[in-house]
Write a protein that binds this ligand. Structure first.
Ligand code: GUN
Ligand code: ZN
Length: 430
C-alpha cells in the first residue's frame, strides 16, 4: 500500500550554487507519495489526496519534508573519540585516532560502534553516509552488515595504510589490495551498499600502495575512490618531502590512476591552480568538512569559488574530526566559513549541498538526495520550530528561507521529526 506524506516540501529542479534559490521547489502544503521503496509522485497535498484516496496518510502539519541528508565523508570508527581536545591533524591522528582505530580488530567492538553510529546519524536525519572504516576487514563487514540490516544506502571501504602508522594499523601494497578486493567482491552492489576504494592519504601510503589502489580501481571502474587532500599546510609540506618527484599533492594520486570522475577528495583547502584545473577537467569531487576544518584548525574551504568553477562539491561532517553528527550543524559551519571568506551561502545552497550536492559527489544524484519521482524514498521530516529559540525566530519568517535558516543555524537532532528509509519509517533512538 502506498504512503502519502503531507507537510511543507522542499525539492530542487536545478543547482542553486549556480542558479540561485530559484532552483528550489517549495510547497507550503505539499505531498510525497511513496510505494515499494520509491517516490512515486511529488505534488500539492490536495491533488495527491484526491488522486490517491487509497494511500495511508502521514500528516506532518507545518514540518518540512525533504530528501534525507547525505554525508559524503565520515569515519564511523571515530564515533567514540569525537570532540577530543587540543591537537592539530597529525598529532590528533597519532594521539586519538590511531589508538581508537586499533580497537576495530575486534569485530564485536566494530559492530557495537557501527550500531551506535547509525543510531546517531539517523536521529540527525542522515540517510546515506560515505565512510572510511579502519585497516581491519572486520570493520568493513561490521559497517555493511549494520547498514544492510537497516535497509540503508551506504558507502564505505577498508582504510589502507602501509607507512607512518603504528604496528597493527599497517597493511602492505599486496594485502591492502587483496583485502580491499575481497571486501569489494563481497559487498559492492549488495542491496543498496557500495564499496569505496580507500587509501587513507599519501602520508600513510607508499607509492607502491597507491599504485595497487589504482590497479584495483581500473579493475572496478564503477566504484568510488576516497582519500584526503591538502587539509593542513604542514601536511602539504610533509607530502612534498615524502614525494619529492611530485608536482603537487594531487599528483601523488594522479600518477597512480587515482584521479578521475568518481574520486572524492576530503578537505582540499590548499590547492594550487594546477590542482584545481585538473579536478575540474576530470570531474572528481571535493568534499567540504567545515566543522572538522575549524575544529582541527585546518582552514577555510572556498565552497562558492569551487562550485562556480563547475567542480562537484559535497558536504560532510568528517566525524570524528568534525565535531557533530548533524548535517544541520554542518550547514551552519559552512555558512560561517562562507561568511569568513566573504561569500555567505544562501539557505537553498546549504540545503542543496547537504542533499543533492553530496549525492552528486557520490555519483548517486539519480538515486538519492532529492524529492522527485523515481528517487529512492529516503526522507527526513524537519520540525522548523523544534526549540523555543528557533520557534520564536521562525514565527516571524516571511518566506521559506527565513523559516528554514534558524533551524540551519540552531537546529540539531531535536529538529528531526521523522525519517523514512527505503520507503519505511525508521525507528529513532530516544
Ligand atoms: N587525514 C588522514 N586521516 C584523517 C582522518 O581520519 N581525519 C581527518 N580529518 N583527516 C585525515
Ligand atoms: Zn576524513
Amino acid at each position: 500500500m502506498a504512503d502519502l506524506l503531507l507537510g511543507q516540501t522542499l525539492a530542487f529542479a536545478g543547482d542553486p550554487m549556480t542558479e540561485g534559490p530559484e532552483a528550489a521547489r517549495h510547497s507550503a502544503r505539499g505531498g510525497v507519495l511513496v510505494d515499494a521503496g520509491k517516490i512515486i509522485a511529488v505534488g500539492e497535498a490536495d491533488d495527491l489526496r484526491r488522486s490517491h484516496p487509497e494511500a495511508r496518510v502521514h500528516d506532518y502539519g507545518q514540518a518540512l519534508i525533504s530528501a534525507g541528508f547525505v554525508d559524503a565523508h565520515v569515519h564511523y570508527p571515530q564515533t567514540a573519540m569525537i570532540a577530543s581536545w587540543g591537537k592539530r591533524l597529525i598529532d590528533w591522528l597519532n594521539s586519538y585516532t590511531f589508538p581508537e582505530e586499533m580497537k576495530f580488530a575486534d569485530k564485536a567492538y566494530a559492530s557495537e560502534i557501527a550500531n551506535r553510529y547509525f543510531d546517531l546519524t539517523l536521529a540527525n536525519g542522515t540517510t546515506t553516509v560515505c565512510s572510511y572504516a579502519t585497516i581491519h576487514p572486520e570493520s568493513v563487514d561490521a559497517f555493511f552488515e549494520t547498514a544492510q540490516a537497516r535497509g540503508l544506502r551506504a558507502y564505505a571501504g577498508k582504510t589502507c595504510m602501509d607507512r607512518n602508522a603504528p604496528e597493527g594499523l599497517r597493511d602492505t601494497p599486496q594485502t591492502g589490495y587483496d583485502q580491499s578486493k575481497a571486501l569489494l567482491e563481497k559487498w559492492h552492489g549488495q542491496d543498496r551498499l557500495s564499496y569505496v576504494i580507500t587509501p587513507r592519504f599519501s602520508p600513510t601510503s607508499t607509492p607502491e600502495q597507491l599504485m595497487a589502489m589504482g590497479a584495483l580501481w581500473r579493475e572496478y571502474p564503477d566504484c568510488l575512490m576516497q582519500t584526503h587532500l591538502s587539509e593542513q599546510t604542514d601536511e602539504v609540506e610533509w607530502v612534498k618531502s615524502l614525494f619529492p618527484q611530485s608536482r603537487d599533492y594531487l599528483d601523488t594520486y594522479e600518477v597512480q590512476g587515482l584521479l578521475r570522475e568518481g574520486a572524492l577528495f576530503g578537505h582540499a583547502i590548499y590547492l594550487t591552480e594546477r590542482e584545481i584545473a585538473r579536478i575540474r577537467e576530470t570531474g572528481a569531487a571535493l568534499v567540504h568538512c567545515p566543522t572538522s576544518n575549524t575544529f582541527i584548525g585546518s582552514g577555510l574551504f572556498p565552497t562558492m569559488a569551487m562550485a562556480q568553477k563547475g567542480i562537484r562539491v559535497g558536504l560532510a561532517t568528517d566525524t570524528g574530526g568534525g565535531s557533530s553528527f548533524s548535517m544541520l550543524r554542518t550547514m551552519a559551519a559552512a555558512y560561517e566559513v562562507g561568511q569568513l571568506r566573504g561569500t555567505p551561502l544562501h539557505p537553498s545552497q546549504l540545503w542543496w549541498l547537504a542533499t543533492q550536492g553530496s549525492a552528486r559527489a557520490l555519483r548517486a544524484d539519480h538515486l538519492i538526495g532529492n524529492l522527485a519521482q523515481g528517487m529512492e524514498a529516503d526522507i527526513v521530516v524537519i520540525d522548523l520550530a523544534s526549540t523555543p529559540a528557533i520557534s520564536q525566530r521562525s514565527a516571524r519568517a516571511k518566506d521559506i528561507w527565513e523559516a528554514l535558516f534558524p533551524t540551519i543555524m540552531m537546529g540539531d537532532d531535536r529538529s528531526t521529526k521523522a525519517v523514512w528509509v527505503g520507503g519505511k519509517p525508521a525507528a529513532l533512538q530516544p
